[in-house]
Design a protein around this ligand. Structure first.
Ligand SMILES: *[C@@H]1O[C@H](CO)[C@@H](O)[C@H](O)[C@H]1NC(C)=O
Ligand SMILES: *[C@@H]1O[C@H](CO)[C@@H](O)[C@H](O)[C@H]1NC(C)=O
Ligand SMILES: *[C@@H]1O[C@H](CO)[C@@H](O)[C@H](O)[C@H]1NC(C)=O
Ligand SMILES: *[C@@H]1O[C@H](CO)[C@@H](O)[C@H](O)[C@H]1NC(C)=O
Length: 512
């Protein structure tokens, strides 16, 4: 309950108290949508063909929105590219785009359809929100004509944006966000010149919004939480899993915990492209999630959340820096995790305490396995450096992971099955950042809600024996300020070597 409007209102009139009453909790919904794709995205289609395809997707979204509203949801998030799919050129996406005005114009498209030209998709989304009295979050394309004599203006005379829109429960457009951090291959879209910090208030908290690849960068994602103090992030995404550290449900739930916000992630459902994993995550624990590599069906997920979850402060280096680095004489080895060379030590015993360091980062682990199997190898790894493949970002990572095989050179390769449960673990690191995202992922890509916690001195530790075999326990740190200042030449060589490796090896990458 927000105090000041309540008091002000109570003084003015007893009647308005009901209208301003805010909610302590709300019901959130996310819809993992099996998007219907155009048959060919290399050739342009007419606008009416584009609209017909979008309406087929909107028919499915409509079912999810109605169902969510009937079950009491206050807000529903649908995925990035959920209305027309992925992989267009600038020209072939064009018939799918609408001019989306700045929400300051105060517009309910459902009531006033043609105020900003022909905008059938916005009208339909607005009516879905209004008819069902629910906030609707969707992702679509925005087009803005520009003057080609302006050097910023693309040669075809228009900006095209990957855009999230939000309609409130009256159908009013309340938010428009243009994706900042486009993923490689998203050439059909432009990034805005400045990151857009888009927020809006509701009776159930303050919301911020961004899209997919944005989650790996400081702006707008981190600024929305630290400066603008939002309670809940809305996150349409088209996310392809990359194990061990970047599976959708794993990384998105970790970001919610590390940043201390609610996080509503709606992913595309496309098992063939390894796209699945949507969820509703509170800072203390995932509340509901969906991961399905077997069926081709979409899925609606609902959960109740606190409107103002509140954040606890963690010093991510406090515990680890109090530990003396033992000279245990463990044999270290190097192995590659998603193109980054980690330093590892093997966990040879059924229990133990290990330390491994790389550059400025030392990682400490205490653990006890339920059994020490001969057919499985686990290792503790550290990485402190610039990741340069499919995006440039500086990482500090401490990770306990299952190696793909008993060959140590496979430590860090994608693996989604394991057999070893852990009785306990406690992982910490001497991080040079306050942005650390704690991940625990179990066999068959499952989360472990309620099974672990983070202490204020920066330990990620188990509360009970794990409910399933462990794939990884990880502290994924981001050092944003080092993204563009690393020793350029050697990194550049590494980068091009990795690009070559990428081209010649059939590894599945993630697309966002
Ligand atoms: C919303 O309701 C109106 C009238 O009840 C109806 O005409 C319209 O088709 C509905 N629109 C949607 C998108 O459900
Ligand atoms: C584009 O800009 C140029 C130079 O400022 C101006 O002469 C021209 O009229 C503009 N064109 C349009 C369509 O606004
Ligand atoms: C975190 O803990 C370390 C070690 O105890 C201390 O030196 C540092 O000042 C702390 N950082 C913050 C931001 O409190
Ligand atoms: C690991 O360290 C803890 C205390 O930090 C100690 O109680 C425990 O006995 C150690 N375990 C092993 C196997 O050395």
């Amino acid at each position: 309950m927000s105090v000041s409007p309540w008091l002000a209102c109570a003084v003015l009139s007893v009647f308005c108290v009901l209208q301003v009453s805010s909610l302590d909790t709300f019901v959130a919904a996310v819809y993992e949508h099996a998007v219907i794709l155009p048959s060919d995205t290399s050739l342009p289609v007419s606008h009416s063909e584009a609209l017909a395809l979008m309406n087929r997707n909107l028919d499915l979204l409509e079912g999810a929105i109605e169902s969510a509203a009937k079950q009491g949801a206050h807000i529903i998030v649908t995925p990035e590219d959920g209305i027309y799919g992925v992989q267009f050129t600038r020209d072939t996406i064009y018939p799918y785009l609408e001019d989306i005005p700045d929400p300051q114009v105060n517009w309910i498209p459902c009531d006033n359809a043609n105020r900003f030209g022909y905008t059938p998709v916005q009208e339909r989304l607005s009516c879905l929100a209004k008819n069902n009295s629910i906030y609707v979050v969707a992702n679509m394309g925005d087009k803005k004509p520009c003057n080609t004599s302006d050097p910023q203006c693309p040669p075809d005379g228009r900006f095209q944006y990957n855009t999230n829109v939000v309609f409130d429960s009256l159908g009013k457009l309340v938010a428009r966000y243009h994706k900042q951090n486009l993923f490689m291959g998203e050439e059909q879209f432009n990034a805005p010149t400045e990151p857009e910090l888009v927020t809006f208030n509701t009776p159930f908290g303050k919301f911020g919004i961004f899209t997919c690849f944005d989650i790996l960068f400081h702006d707008p994602a981190v600024t929305l939480v630290t400066k603008l103090q939002v309670d809940t992030i809305l996150f349409p995404t088209a996310w392809m899993d990359v194990l061990p550290h970047l599976a959708a449900i794993e990384f998105h739930s970790a970001w919610a915990m590390g940043m201390g916000v609610n996080f509503l992630a709606a992913n595309i459902h496309s098992p063939l492209r390894r796209m699945t994993g949507s969820g509703i995550y509170a800072p203390n624990s995932p509340k509901a999630f969906h991961y399905d590599r077997k069926t081709n069906e979409g899925k609606l997920v609902l959960a109740k959340l606190e409107s103002h979850p509140g954040r606890s402060v963690v010093n991510w280096t406090s515990y680890a820096s109090s530990i003396e680095v033992p000279s245990t004489g463990n044999e270290e080895f190097q192995s590659v995790v998603f193109f980054d060379e980690f330093t590892f030590v093997e966990l040879k015993g059924i229990s133990g305490n290990h330390t491994v360091c790389q550059n400025d980062l030392c990682c400490h682990l205490s653990y006890q396995m339920s059994e020490k199997r001969a057919d499985e190898v686990y290792a503790l790894g550290a990485f402190d450096g610039l990741h340069t493949v499919e995006g440039q970002y500086h990482l500090q990572i401490c990770t306990l992971l299952k190696c793909k095989t008993t060959d140590l050179r496979t430590c860090g390769s994608s693996v989604d099955m394991a057999s070893t449960r852990f009785e306990m673990f406690s992982l910490s690191g001497t991080f040079g950042t306050q942005y650390v995202f704690p991940e625990v992922l179990l066999s068959e890509v499952k989360l472990a809600p309620g099974e672990f916690q983070v202490s204020s001195d920066g330990r990620l530790f188990s509360l009970k024996p794990t409910s399933g075999p462990v794939l990884t326990v990880t502290l994924f740190g981001r050092v944003y300020e080092k993204d563009w200042v690393s020793g350029a030449s050697s990194d550049l060589i590494t980068h091009w070597l990795m690009v070559i490796v990428m081209i010649i090896t059939p590894i599945v990458h993630y697309l966002c």
